[in-house]
Design a protein around this ligand. Sequence first.
Ligand code: F6P
Length: 548
Amino acid sequence: MSRLDHATAWEALKSHYTEVRDLHMRDLFAADPERFRRFSLSVGDLMLDYSKNRITEETRNLLVTLAEERGVPEMRAAMFSGAPINSTEHRAVLHVALRNRAGRVIEVDGEDVTPLVNAELAKVRAFAEKVRDGSWTGATGKPVRDVVNIGIGGSDLGPAMVTQALKPYGKSGLKVHFVSNVDASHLVETLKGLDPETTLFLVASKTFTTQETLTNATTARQWLTAALGEAAVANHFAAMSTNAEAVGAFGIDTANMFRFWDWVGGRYSLWSAIGLPIAIAIGPDNFDALLAGAEDMDRHFHEAPLAENMPVILALLGVWYTNFFGSGAHAVLPYDQYLARLPAYLQQADMESNGKTTCRDGKPALWATGPVLFGEPGTNGQHSFYQLLHQGSHLIPCDFIAPAQSHNPRGDHHAILLANVLAQGEALMRGKTAAEAEAELEAASLPASQVEALVPHKVFPGNRPSNTLIMPRLTPRTLGMLIALYEHKIFVQGVIWGINSFDQWGVELGKQLAKRILPALKDDASPAAGHDASTAGLIAAVKALRAG
Ligand code: F6P
C-alpha cells in the first residue's frame, strides 16, 4: 500500500478543494432543490442527512475513489473474515463476531469463534436472568438490588453509556452503578446507602491487570467481607475478563467468570461478556436487540456500495474536513438526555483508536489523523460552547443525533427539543449575512449608529458543516445501529490514514511513570530520583502537603 499523500485521489482532492472551498452551502441548496435527497440515506430506522456539508457530487466521487484506492473494501473484508488486522498485536479484530446472530462461520487461527460467542452469550443471559428474577442470591439469601460494575475505559464506558441510554428499559428495584475512577471518592460515594447483603460486584477487565480496577475491586471486597465475611465473596463477586488465571488469583471463583477473547478490543467490547451489566439492567432480550441493531449496521457496512454506505460516508466527510479544511475537532451532539454519555464513550472509541501518528508501515503520518472529539446533550451545549461553533475561528463539523419520539412525552418538551436541533443545523449552514443582521436591527428601531456598531457582531458566517442522524425512537435496536455506525466510521478512517486503529500504545508511558512515582509518594524514596526538576518538585510538594 502506497502512502496516503501519494494516492491519485488525494492529489485530485487537493485541487478539487481549491475549487469548492469558497462555495457557500446556502448557494448549493438554493441551486439544487434535490440536495437533501441526493445527500441522505437510511439504514433500517436510522436516517442520515449529510446534505449540510461542503461537498458536491464530485467531492463524494473523489472521496469514494480515495477509499477504494486506500483499500477500504479489502480491509473491511479482512476484518470480517478474522484476519489479524491489528498488526502490532497480531490479533484479529472481531467485535462483529459478537453480534453475528446470523451464525456465519468466522475463523481465528482455524477455529470458528461463533460457537464460543454463542455459548458465552448463553451464560451471560442465564446469569442476567437469575439476578433479575431474584434466584441469584447473596450470602444471606437475599436477592440482588444493586449491581456495581468496576472497570475503566472500554470496561466501563460502553456499558455505562448503554445502560444510561436504555434506562427506560430498566427494572424497578434493581440499580446498576459504575465505578471507574481510582479516586476512592467514586467507590465510596457509590457504596453509600448500599447494603452488602444485596449488592453484587462485577469486576470488568479484559487484562485483569488494570491498576485502577484492581484497586477499586480490592476495596470493594474489603467493604463486603467486613460485613459478611470472606465466604461471601463467591455470591457477591463475578468477573468479565480474558484472563482466568488473574481472576482466580484475585479470589473470584472462575465459575463466576464470563470470558471474552483477545480479538475483542477493550473499546469495542460492550457486545461481549463486558455487556453483562447491560443485560442485567435491561434484560437479555433487550441486550439481544442491541446486538441485532449492531448486526443490521454490520450487514449494511459489509454489503452496501461505498457511495451509499453510511459509515463510509461519515468517515469520508471526516477525512475531508480533517485533511483538506484543516479542522482538528469534531462535535457529537445528541438531542436526547439518555445519550448524555455518548460523547464520552465516543471519545475513547475514536481518540484511542485514531489518535496516532505512526502508520502501519512504521513511518510517520505526514497528514492529520483523528480529531479531538467532544460533545454534550442538546440543548445544554447550546448555552455553552455553541457560540464557538457558530462564530469561532475553528471549523468544527457536528453530528446531531435526534430520536423523533420521546420516552417521556410531556407537553411541548420534545417538539421544542426537536425544533432546536433542526434550527442548529440550519443556523450553522445558513449563517446570517450583514444585510440580514442590519435589517433585523433596523426592524428593532435601533439608532443608525448602534446598527452600524452591532452588525459585525451579529453576522454569522454560516457554511459550517453538520450531519443529522434521526430515528423514530431510542431503542436497544437503534442504539446498537448507532454505536456500530461509529465503530465502522472509525475503522474506515484508520484505513484511509494508514494507521492501526486497534492498539493503544499511547496510554502506556503514563502508566509506567505512575508506577515509578507511587513509591516516592508513599515512602522515603527520593522524590528527585530519575525525574525532571518539575516532576521532582511536584512530588516533594505533594508529599509535604499529604504529611501536613
Ligand atoms: O486505557 C488503556 C486501556 O487498555 C483501554 O484500552 C482499556 O479499555 C482500558 O485500559 C481497560 O483495560 P482492561 O479492560 O484490561 O482493564
